[in-house]
Design a protein around this ligand. Structure first.
Ligand code: C5P
Length: 222
């Protein structure tokens, strides 16, 4: 039987990565966090002092570096050219610049190719913004995971506070709204729900309930 390819898309803070990791495990699929790839390029660009609007330099960077993942009991570690950047890509500085970097066509081309290469080798549950529309348009299952802005902001807030970061809730909510606007308004593969995607609104649902719903949707695709 052909391995399953699941596309999980949706806006910032919808809880995709938390549920995606666990659902992938239950389904025996490789979890691919495509947001982490765009964050990795953004992190490296900041390190090299490349301006997030310098399309040529960002494209060159995307084609030069090697991004890889390593499964861990807690989830997944992210490496760029062998350096562990798992924590480094979650800083507010990276989050604040990632939408601009990921809007660059050359960056997207390199990342989409990497994502398609992974999916050609193994069954995947891939989370992102354009998986069902651009990366895997013929995925076996397409899910659009969303939640109210208020709830998404609250979840991200709790997550970051638990990690010891100090932040302002209203500011964080405004950042999420700004990122949604930017991601859906960009010219190259904007964040968009695939026409054949199943909408899963997670407002008010627990992580476990969301995972169960994903497994249910996937089982009807066999
Ligand atoms: O999923 P996460 O919030 O980590 O994604 C970070 C950013 O990467 C998004 O706000 C978006 O700008 C970009 N992204 C994208 N396409 C994807 C995944 C993420 O443009 N497939």
């Amino acid at each position: 039987m052909k391995p399953l390819r699941v596309a999980l898309d949706g806006p910032a803070g919808a809880g995709k990565s938390t549920v995606a990791k666990q659902a992938a495990k239950a389904l025996g699929l490789t979890y691919v966090d495509t947001g982490a790839m765009y964050r990795a390029i953004t992190w490296k660009a900041l390190q090299e002092k490349i301006n997030p609007t310098d399309e040529a330099a960002l494209t060159e960077l995307s084609n030069r570096v090697q991004i890889s993942f390593k499964l861990t009991p807690a989830g997944q570690d992210v490496f760029l050219d062998g350096v562990d950047i798992t924590e480094a890509i979650r800083t507010p500085e990276v989050t604040g610049n990632v939408s601009a970097v990921s809007a660059v066509a050359g960056v997207r081309e390199a990342m989409v190719k990497l994502q398609q290469d992974i999916a050609a080798q193994t069954g995947v549950l891939m989370d992102g913004r354009d998986i069902g529309t651009v990366v895997l348009p013929d995925a076996d299952v397409k899910i659009w995971l969303t939640a109210s802005v208020e709830e998404r902001a609250q979840r991200r807030y709790n997550e970051l506070v638990a990690k010891g970061q100090t932040l302002d809730f209203e500011q964080l909510k405004a950042d999420i709204e700004r990122r949604d606007r930017f991601d859906s308004g960009r010219e190259h593969s904007p964040m968009k729900m695939a026409e054949d995607a199943v909408v899963l609104d997670t407002t008010g649902l627990s992580i476990q309930q969301v995972i169960e719903k994903i497994l249910e949707i996937c089982s009807s695709a066999d």
